[in-house]
Design a protein around this ligand. Structure first.
Ligand code: AKB
Length: 337
């Protein structure tokens, strides 16, 4: 069997590390990684080649490869992007644009669609106030697409750029013999929680930060109110969803951007679960107005019925299984508690 050539950008990030491990476990892939940072020990031996540096500056180098699949994970997350908006735009939009152009060129040249998997986010939504958020409940992909953050704007726009490059690039679809175009697929991820890595620069970070702090016996001051509710997911489910969407036959997909959900809980419920598991845990709530505002603009939960119907999506971990069968056993091993 010939190996598929895969590019994973942002490979040193949380999703990146878990995805590289997930791809390796499946066999059949030659994985090229890219990131600003050198590879961490967790994946160093799994990458066939690592391109270290700024993606936008190094884009020419990627034209030397013929990737079958691109997982473009590199991003500046929502809290960080608010303090460096221009840099975030460059990383989140310019990097995506460059890679989409590369995938479009290669798809046309070799008459074979390059698959382009893009992690979008619940940040693509923007609820005007708490009342609307509570009333909206589980939002569909086309609802409330009015993001309040630079990161959310970037994600939403890149979804559109991906759709454009896969359907209408240069209006070539109107040619008598339209070229083969790339195959763009995106997932709007909720907040993700890994037992092995910690996020940085995001606004859903309070969930994983609180749990990791409690497991280590460290005090944690949560930057959002107790009643703050958004949806979360175990990292293994996030990786499962990316691999499932990669494998899904094109003709089964009714759209290019999908919500996925696992469990929606409040920051207070995280605290209760953390205290139950680690009785000495010291968790306080000191909301930061800006970060609170960002999470308040994200929906309480998302409707993932289209992903379920089109490609059989179903998370393995609901909230109880997340704690009992994934997070707590792994974190206890990790911190010896
Ligand atoms: C963030 O908080 O910015 C991310 C996200 C929800 O996309 N985790």
């Amino acid at each position: 069997m010939t190996e598929k050539s895969v590019l994973v950008t942002g490979a040193c990030g949380e999703i990146g590390q878990a995805l590289v491990q997930g791809l390796k476990a499946r066999n059949g892939y030659r994985i090229v990684t890219a990131d600003l940072a050198p590879l961490p020990d967790s994946i160093r031996s799994l990458s066939a080649e690592h391109v270290q540096g700024d993606l936008v500056n190094r884009i020419k180098q990627f034209y030397d490869y013929d990737f079958d699949i691109i997982y473009h994970l590199a991003a500046s997350l929502s809290s960080k992007a608010e303090v460096a908006t221009e840099e975030a735009h460059r990383i989140n939009v310019e990097g995506t644009m460059q890679l989409l152009m590369l995938a479009a060129y290669k798809s046309e040249k070799y008459k074979k669609s390059v698959k382009f998997l893009f992690p979008s986010s619940i940040a693509a939504y923007g609820m005007p106030d708490i009342e609307s958020k509570k009333k909206a409940g589980r939002v569909k992909e086309e609802d409330w697409d009015i993001p309040h953050t630079m990161y959310g704007c970037n994600k939403l726009y890149c979804e559109k750029l991906g759709i454009y490059h896969s359907q209408f690039y240069g209006q070539r679809h109107l040619d008598p013999n339209p070229p083969v175009m790339l195959d763009f697929r995106a997932i709007r991820f909720p907040g993700l929680i890994s037992a092995f890595t910690l996020p940085s620069g995001g606004t859903s970070d309070y969930g994983p930060e609180m749990l990791h702090a409690a497991a280590q016996g460290k005090p944690y001051s949560c930057f959002v109110r107790e009643d703050t509710k958004i949806s979360f997911m175990a990292m293994p489910d996030a990786i499962k969803s990316l691999l499932m969407l990669t494998d899904a036959p094109r003709e089964q997909l009714t759209q290019q951007v999908y919500n996925i959900a696992a469990f929606a809980i409040t920051a207070g419920e995280f605290r209760d679960r953390a205290v139950k598991a680690f009785p000495g845990a010291k968790i306080t709530f000191e909301p930061n107005p800006r970060r609170q505002g960002i999470v308040d603009s994200w929906p309480e939960d998302v409707d993932d019925s289209r992903a379920r119907k089109d490609w059989g999506w179903k998370p393995d971990y609901d909230v109880d299984k997340f704690f009992e069968e994934y997070f707590l056993p792994e974190i206890r091993k990790r911190y010896g508690k």
